[in-house]
Design a binder for this molecule. Structure first.
Ligand code: AMP
Ligand code: ZN
Length: 113
């Protein structure tokens, strides 16, 4: 199984897991770009957003709602957070198994201001 996130989902590579269910796993990013940086990952391998099919709509909805739930769990829901999907080279995608970045916990209001 060559894909890193498939291997994490299978328990073959360790991760700091914050959530697991039948469809999803979520864990802390190994190189955090924010005080809170969690990746929400479907167990099923989908390489990029370009491969999403209509039947994946519920899965993507579950990923988004899970990111919100984890934000609440980690205490950043009210202050705010950012969610990002990177797709392919120009966006800097490095792991070709879709994942939703959950970023937050900054002390100032907006890191892009
Ligand atoms: P992307 O650039 O959108 O493909 O994001 C891939 C993310 O996976 C990066 O933020 C990496 O830091 C993160 N990452 C790579 N390897 C691991 C790992 N073994 N455990 C947790 N996060 C990882
Ligand atoms: Zn995979």
């Amino acid at each position: 199984m060559p894909c890193l996130f498939c291997r994490i989902a299978a328990g073959e590579v360790p991760a700091r897991t914050v959530h697991e269910d039948e469809a999803l796993i979520a864990f802390h990013d190994i190189h955090p770009r924010a005080p809170v940086h969690v990746l929400v990952v479907p167990r099923r391998h989908i390489s990029t957003l370009n491969e999403l099919a209509p039947e994946d709509d519920a899965l993507v909805g579950a990923m988004t709602r899970r990111a919100a739930a984890i934000a609440r769990q980690l205490g950043i829901a009210e202050r705010g957070y950012r969610t990002i999907f990177n797709c392919n080279r120009d966006a800097g995608q490095t792991v070709f198994h879709i994942h939703l970045h959950l970023l937050g916990g900054w002390s100032s209001a907006n890191p892009f201001e």
